[in-house]
Each structure stands twice: as structure tokens, then as C-alpha cells.
Design a protein around this ligand. Structure first.
Ligand SMILES: [Zn+2]
Ligand SMILES: [Zn+2]
Length: 155
């Protein structure tokens, strides 16, 4: 099979992490990295399966391995199943998570968009910051659009 850009990036990232870049690992990591929002293990499995015959348990095991090696982030803070999103390779300045308090949607937010970086914090704070992973709560774009429509109906 040909290796598209996302998979090539995933392969390089695995090599840097010290993990053997097997095809299954490349496909799992590329599926996670190719999504703008964190995916459940089942969603990752379905995305990989669309391109390549793979066992569900294999995908779950690879996700665990990638999370243990910080190649992906495991998010278990919500009451739903754990979700996985891209690790450090995709966000040079780290990333934070937005939680919609209305629908429960979780989205990744590039720390660059928050205008926050460890160097600035280290200059201002007495402790040393290595990583920034903030929790942002609010109403997502979809829910904002829906409530806007509802308000118009009521008016
Ligand atoms: Zn929402
Ligand atoms: Zn994320």
C-alpha cells in the first residue's frame, strides 16, 4: 500500500518515540492524528478498519501502548469511554481540551491559539513548567448555533 502523508508523519513520530513503526501502529496513530477531535477506541478501530483489515483488540492494545509512550494522549476525564488524541508530534506548544458543558463534546485546542507558552510562564512563575494541558469549559460551536435558532423561535 502507499503511505500517505499522515502515515509518513506517524511513522517518523513512532521512530522518534523509540517504538517499532509497524504498519498497524502507523495506521492507528495516523487515525488519531488525522482527527480534529479526540476519538474513542471504537472510533479509532472503525477508521483503521476502513483502510486495512485489523482486529479490534489489536487496535485497543496499540492505543494503550501509544498512550504509555506519550505518542497519544488518553483522556479519561469525561464520564464516557476514554478518548485518544494526537500527542506532542502534532502540537509543538502542547494542547488543551475544551469540554462542551451542554453536549459533552470534547475538542483539542492548540495552545498556540490560547497565546500561552511555557517560556512565558517560566519567566513569570517561581516553578518550572514543562507542559501545559488546560481544561476549558464552555458551549461548543454547534450548541451555540442550535441555541441561537431556539431563541429566534421563542421570540
Ligand atoms: Zn456542545
Ligand atoms: Zn487532544
Amino acid at each position: 500500500m502507499t503511505i500517505p502523508d499522515a502515515a509518513a508523519t506517524a511513522r517518523d513520530f513512532l521512530a522518534r518515540t523509540g517504538l517499532d513503526p509497524t504498519l498497524n501502529r502507523i495506521l492507528v496513530l495516523a487515525a488519531v492524528a488525522g482527527s480534529d477531535s479526540p476519538l474513542t477506541a471504537r472510533e479509532v478501530f472503525e477508521r483503521v478498519l476502513a483502510e486495512h483489515r485489523i482486529n479490534r483488540v489489536t487496535v485497543y492494545r496499540i492505543l494503550d501502548l501509544l498512550a504509555e509512550n506519550s505518542a497519544v494522549n488518553r483522556i479519561s476525564s469525561t464520564d464516557r469511554a476514554a478518548r485518544f488524541c494526537a500527542g506532542g508530534g502534532r502540537w509543538p506548544n502542547g494542547h488543551s481540551l475544551f469540554h462542551c458543558t451542554r453536549c459533552g463534546e470534547v475538542q483539542c485546542v492548540d495552545n498556540d491559539a490560547l497565546h500561552i507558552d511555557a517560556r512565558t510562564l517560566n519567566a513569570a512563575l517561581p516553578m518550572h513548567i514543562n507542559a501545559i494541558d488546560l481544561r476549558l469549559d464552555g458551549i461548543c460551536a454547534n450548541c451555540t448555533a442550535e441555541s441561537g435558532t431556539a431563541d429566534e423561535k421563542q421570540a
